[in-house]
Design a protein around this ligand. Structure first.
Ligand SMILES: Nc1ncnc2c1ncn2[C@@H]1O[C@H](COP(=O)(O)OP(=O)(O)OP(=O)(O)O)[C@@H](O)[C@H]1O
Length: 226
């Protein structure tokens, strides 16, 4: 197989079950994400969007089917680790991923963890906060931020790891028009491969290049990218 042609991430015939639920949350899903694409994932509440995001980065185990990273099955912890280095995620509830006392410490945490020196990590964190227009928040206590500010900071923590792929679950929730405009400007210019779950049609139109639609755990519309 020509590895250049392989999608960055793909699921093949993927099925996910939650123990407490009789019907599958994902039911035989085939989907592929190629480098440079900006894909949106739509569907009703409970249709499986978040489950699909989690399955794509190996955070939700498959009952059957395969997860592929650059065309190779993600079959062990090492493969999962390599995948996670490339893929950042910002959860629907942004505060779930903020845990340091200050904004700057939170954004610098990942870079420090992968071995940057404290000054280099601080510099990287400041640059990212600056590029998202929220450098003024750097010294703020994280728990005092507004919902929209928390969302921007959570995005900064993901970007600080310099992922190739960014997965965003309802990124415009709590954002005002200015925050939304920053994302609409920054994300396409970043060159990142994007997978975005959103009900915000205007935002999706401005940002994404392809659409996938889920219904009751199955892909029923858009293009699977296969
Ligand atoms: N931890 C869990 N335990 C049991 N069932 C779950 C769990 N998480 C999700 N589900 C169920 O799996 C199905 C898909 O949920 P999921 O959160 O993926 O949907 P969604 O499309 O992201 O929904 P929303 O738009 O409301 O965020 C739903 O029926 C949901 O109730």
């Amino acid at each position: 197989m020509d590895m250049k042609e392989s999608p960055l991430l793909a699921l093949e015939n993927a099925t996910v079950h939650y123990p407490s639920s009789p019907s599958p949350a994902l039911d035989g899903v085939d989907v592929a994400l190629h480098s440079g694409e900006r894909v949106c994932l739509t569907g009703d509440n409970g249709s499986g969007k978040t489950t699909l995001l989690l399955a794509l980065i190996g955070l939700r185990p498959l009952r059957s089917g395969r997860l592929l990273h650059h065309g190779r099955t993600v079959a062990d912890t090492r493969a999962l680790f390599t995948l996670r280095k490339e893929a950042g995620i910002v959860f629907q509830h942004a505060e779930d991923q903020l845990f340091s006392p200050t904004v700057l410490e939170d954004v610098a945490f990942g870079p420090l963890n992968i071995g940057l020196t404290p000054p280099a990590a601080r510099q990287r964190a400041l640059e990212i906060l600056e590029s998202l227009g929220v450098a003024v928040l750097a010294e703020r206590m994280t728990h005092t931020l507004s919902g929209g500010q928390k969302r921007m900071v959570a995005l900064a923590t993901a970007l600080a790891m310099r992922p190739r792929l960014l997965i965003l679950d309802e990124p415009t929730n709590d954002l005002d028009a200015k925050g939304r405009a920053v994302l609409e400007d920054y994300l396409p210019r970043s060159g990142l491969t994007l997978l975005v779950v959103s009900h915000d049609e205007r935002f999706l139109d401005a940002l994404t290049t392809r659409r996938i639609h889920l219904m009751e755990g199955r892909i029923t519309g858009g293009s699977k990218g296969l």
